[in-house]
Design a protein around this ligand. Structure first.
Ligand code: G4P
Length: 530
């Protein structure tokens, strides 16, 4: 096997999806700890500031230097080269959060054991399902009182529609948390509250056959309950099937406590054993294999620098095939130009470093003088193909935009179009009313403030936003539908995107179903394709 194939095959690139506060940051810190990337957990990001809901988005921008560097973390563990993609949450939840999942080969879903499946997890999960990537579940915070284990699994199956296969089983929770039962090895791993952030204090293991010893540690009640649950589980839960895991139809589940560092390394090991090497990617010439010799990549995220003094942007690319060498000439397909990527950088724990080489599966960030768009393809100069684009994700907040000074129409249109091209917002217009007014849709409300601020500061245009009550947008898949004959609901509104494609807005979720019922043959989608 050639050296570059070996490098590609040892790469594992995944995103962590969760609802804010479920423990994504804590779990990431622990992963890095095992990889030796950091000595003591706690330095992944400016925690205190990043965690608090920041109402003033400028505060987030002040941290932008930090959030940029923490967008991708690379570390080594047990011969694997691991790339973790950060999915921005909290206040800066935006379309970027979704797009990041387009660059991942698998996802780790962190669920708070006392909360179960929460809104943001549900949204991110849908994108994983669309991509059919493997999903691994870590049920966290078992050191706190958790919901019934069967109920938690039931909820994942019913709410998310994915079968679950617990690899281990918790014995109690909260103050009564005794550890987990490893189903494959048939042993109990005793809970130990290892000193926060250190690796020491490996947990004790007791085989299920050592009944006396086990009883002395966990007590009769916990033992009886465990035996009963294990029996039930063996009869009821889905059989483990790696092929189903890799298709994203079955999620392996582990229980633990990221904070006290229990169950994290076991989870990481299981995950690495079962997850996938870099996946092939679809292009207009067919599937491109990661181990193909020629370098290729696509842009999945563009981060604008909000600082007026630095108008540069960073384009994040996922390498899809081959090996990248700094300084080599590449072709930007959409721009039709051969070029060198400027200052390619990779992110290691909390520092950025200029990289000399990278492989399929890796993410690189390059300075972008304003030439890249989301979904663009970069390949070798002698090649000519384009990767499948990135879908547009459904915004959930809409507002009508009004210029304060109507004389500045030109700057306004230029500014708002450019910001939309970066992918921070989506813009729409009224459908066939002849009105020129612009409706803007965002995934996270913070983007409204960003839009207002950037238009004022970069384009000298003041705007007013009038919030609209719509929360659900649907793309019409079958273009032949006659929109004038469409029988909608009273809360439905027709709009169009900049290319003239019709879309529907709804205030209530049930109206979507109602409209589908009333119009035979209508096909609506939550994702917009190119
Ligand atoms: P997030 O990135 O998903 O938003 O979650 P994060 O890791 O920041 O964790 C959110 C809160 O939950 C933090 O507490 C963290 O310490 C706590 N936490 C994470 N994992 C566990 C766990 O396994 N058990 C328990 N009991 N708590 C956990 P915080 O009070 O907001 O922050 P801090 O003061 O601890 O830094």
């Amino acid at each position: 096997m050639s050296n570059y194939t070996k490098e590609i095959n040892r790469r594992r690139t995944f995103a962590i999806i969760s609802h804010p506060d479920a423990g994504k940051t804590t779990l990431t810190e622990k992963f890095l700890l095992y990889g030796g990337a950091i000595n003591l957990a706690g330095s992944v990001k400016g925690k205190a500031t990043a965690r608090h809901a920041v109402s003033d988005w400028m505060e987030i921008e002040k941290e932008r230097g930090i959030s940029v560097t923490s967008s991708v973390l690379q570390f080594e563990y047990d011969g694997f080269c691991i790339n973790i993609l950060d999915t921005p949450g909290h206040q800066d939840f935006s379309e970027d959060t979704y797009r990041t999942l387009m660059a991942a080969d698998s996802a780790v879903m962190v669920i708070d054991g006392s909360k179960g499946v929460e809104a943001q997890t549900r949204k991110l999960f849908k994108v994983c399902v669309m991509r059919k990537i493997p999903i691994f579940t870590f049920i966290n915070k078992m050191d706190r009182d958790a919901n019934d284990t069967f109920d938690l699994l039931d909820e994942i199956e019913k709410e998310l529609g994915i079968a679950t296969c617990p690899l281990n089983w918790p014995i109690g929770s909260g103050k009564g948390f005794k550890g987990v039962y490893d189903r494959e090895r048939k042993c109990v791993i005793l809970y130990s509250d290892t000193e926060k952030g250190t690796k020491e204090g490996e947990a004790t293991e007791i085989s299920l056959d050592e009944t006396e010893r086990l009883l002395s540690f966990i007590g009769q009640d916990a033992y009886d309950k465990l035996m009963e649950e294990v029996e039930l589980l063996d009869g009821a839960s889905a059989e483990f099937d790696l092929a189903e895991v890799q298709k994203g139809e079955l999620t392996p589940v582990c229980f633990g406590s990221a904070l006290t560092n229990f169950g994290v390394e076991i989870f990481l090991q299981h995950f690495l054993k079962m997850t996938t090497t870099p996946l092939p990617r679809r292009a207009d010439i067919g599937l491109v294999q990661p181990t193909e010799k020629e370098f290729s990549a696509f842009v999945f995220k563009i981060q604008a620098n909000m600082n007026k003094a630095h108008r540069d942007r960073i384009a994040f690319m996922r390498i899809c095939s081959g090996r990248f060498d700094a300084g080599m000439e590449v072709k930007h397909i959409q721009g039709g130009r051969v070029m060198r990527l400027s200052q390619p950088q990779q992110i290691m724990a909390d520092e950025r470093k200029i990289l000399s080489e990278a492989y399929a599966g890796d993410i690189i960030g390059v300075f972008d003088p304003g030439i890249f768009s989301i979904g663009d393809t970069i390949c070798m100069p002698n090649e000519q193909f384009a990767y499948e684009g990135i879908p547009t994700f459904a915004p959930e907040h809409f507002a009508r935009v009004r210029q304060v000074d109507t004389m500045k129409r030109k700057q306004f249109v230029k500014g708002i179009t450019q910001i939309a091209q970066e992918g921070a917002i989506q813009i729409f217009q009224e459908f066939n009313t002849g009105m020129e007014e612009i409706i803007v849709g965002v995934v996270g409300v913070l983007q409204f403030d960003v839009l207002k601020y950037r238009l004022e500061n970069e384009y000298n245009v003041e705007i007013r936003l009038e919030n609209l009550p719509y929360e659900h947008i649907r793309w019409i898949e079958n273009k032949e539908i006659d929109l004038d004959k469409l029988v909608g609901t009273s809360d439905m509104k027709k709009i169009k995107d900049l290319k003239g494609n019709p879309l529907l807005l709804f205030i209530n979720a049930w109206s979507v179903g109602m409209t589908l019922d009333r119009n035979e043959g209508l096909v609506l989608s939550e994702f917009g394709k190119e």
